[in-house]
Design a protein around this ligand. Sequence first.
Ligand code: ZN
Length: 316
Amino acid sequence: MICVDMHCDSVSEAYRTGRSLAKPCVNGHADLPRLRLAGIKLQFFALFPDRIYHPGRTLYQVLRLLDYATEAFREDAGTIVIRTRRDLERCLATEALGAVLTVEGGEPLEGEIRILRTLYRLGVRGLGLAWNNRNELADGVAEGQTGGGLTRFGRQVLLEMNRLGMLIDISHLSEAGFWDVIELCSAPVIASHSNCSAVWNHPRNLTDRQIKAIAELKGVVGVNLIPQFVGPPGAGHSALIEHIDHICSLVGDEYVGFGSDFDGAKDLICGVNDVTDFPDLVAGLRNRGYSEESVARICGRNCLRVLEAVLPESEV
Ligand SMILES: [Zn+2]
């Protein structure tokens, strides 16, 4: 079975704390050896510039993180950066770990479509349009009261991402921004690390209407393991699986996956200390009565379908 995780902040966390991603570490939630140990085949690595780089130095920090990740992949030797459908096929045919590079928040674009294209050429294949705050592209969830959606530049970015073959990530985006994306987007979109507000009400979680809209576009929602998005204090495996149950009952089992948010916060849900506990979540799905077919979809195939629909065939 192929396991895919659509979001982690391990590159930023490893950079900040000075740990290596290429060597197994006791700190943090994930590194390349532990991802393999956990059976993850494909990991999305978000490049997230910490607030200290705002404003003005976010592009600089994203480039540093890109180098940090690339050097770790080189040292590790068994990692393939997924830029095209051909890379994906090659990765799936070997023992390699696949790495999908994404940028979290549009600040590093500095309002320039040329920077988007340059990041694409450097291997970035996904972009979260906004983090919680307002940027040149859109308002984030923390700006919900403004009613602001995508700016003119945000619309330009979205269309260019569709043209290039990049994943549009709506996690952290304001609700108005979300509906602008749904209206304009011609490809499946992802919510790489968001849960359901019907199960646990939090501004970062998605309403049922939003989940239905993502499913209509054949996108996928990655469920997040950070406790504040999952449930009350003490929430564990079964609370997380309730979010998966909810999405499946709402739209079926083809539009949900995992977006752990490893290293995005210090603590994860009870019972999960790091990525090596991931197999217990898979076992949890089986115990809940999900068929092997459903488990395979949720753990990876749904996300693979979106990658195959969005990524370019080969580099041009
Ligand atoms: Zn995030």
